[in-house]
Design a protein around this ligand. Structure first.
Ligand SMILES: Cc1cc2nc3c(=O)[nH]c(=O)nc-3n(C[C@H](O)[C@H](O)[C@H](O)COP(=O)(O)O)c2cc1C
Length: 183
């Protein structure tokens, strides 16, 4: 699969098998994330520990339930909903906490670049993946930061869920009605 094939066949996967992912594949995916256009610094934590992944899911659900936001409360009330889709692996993208709006924007943009590289690499390697931004809310709890070994001045901006999948539906082709050419 070449780069363009990977880009055009990538799709969000929210259902994974329990099959574990080969270490070599995880290392390739993390290198792809780290190789992204990153202006500044990101860190990555590869989480394969089931207990920690479950703690993140539980904490994020509790956050949603406390939020009072109708959509989030509804999601979290569904017993089948898990923010990390019970994936066997989550790669946390770690940023330095900041109140500076420019640094905060750069953090978000860096995260997007790194995540997209990992999603595309995962596609080429035959893995399902999802940009699970909602998993990051779990890290408002310092205990969860502690569980993955990050200090209190850092936070998780996104989690990439990864796993093998039985989902074989092709990626939905986007139409081009939002593209303008100025020639
Ligand atoms: C910034 C961002 C945050 C996202 N957060 C979540 C999330 O928390 N949970 C989830 O299941 N999907 C999440 N997604 C996946 C989107 O829902 C998905 O990319 C979109 O529906 C388009 O589908 P596709 O990826 O299959 O093309 C996120 C995507 C982006 C770009």
């Amino acid at each position: 699969m070449n780069t363009l094939e990977a880009i055009f066949s990538r799709k969000t996967i929210r259902s994974y098998t329990e099959q574990s992912i080969e270490r070599e594949k995880l290392e390739t995916i993390i290198r792809a994330g780290n190789q992204a256009a990153i202006a500044g610094k990101l860190e990555f934590v590869v989480i394969t520990n089931r207990n920690i992944l479950d703690q993140i899911q539980k904490e994020a659900k509790a956050f949603f339930l406390r939020s009072g936001v109708e959509k989030l409360v509804m999601l979290a009330s569904n017993p089948n909903y898990e923010v990390l889709h019970n994936a066997p692996v989550g790669i946390a993208v770690v940023i330095s906490d900041t109140t500076d709006p420019h640094a905060s924007k750069m953090n978000a943009e860096n995260t997007g670049c790194a995540v997209q590289n990992m999603l595309i690499a995962a596609t080429e390697l035959g893995l399902g993946s999802c940009f699970a931004e909602s998993g990051s809310v779990a890290f408002t709890n310092p205990t969860i930061k502690d569980a993955i070994g990050i200090s209190n001045d850092k936070t998780v901006s996104a989690i990439v869920t990864l796993g093998y999948t039985e989902n074989t539906t092709p990626a939905v082709k986007r139409n081009a009605d939002n593209i303008t050419w100025c020639e």
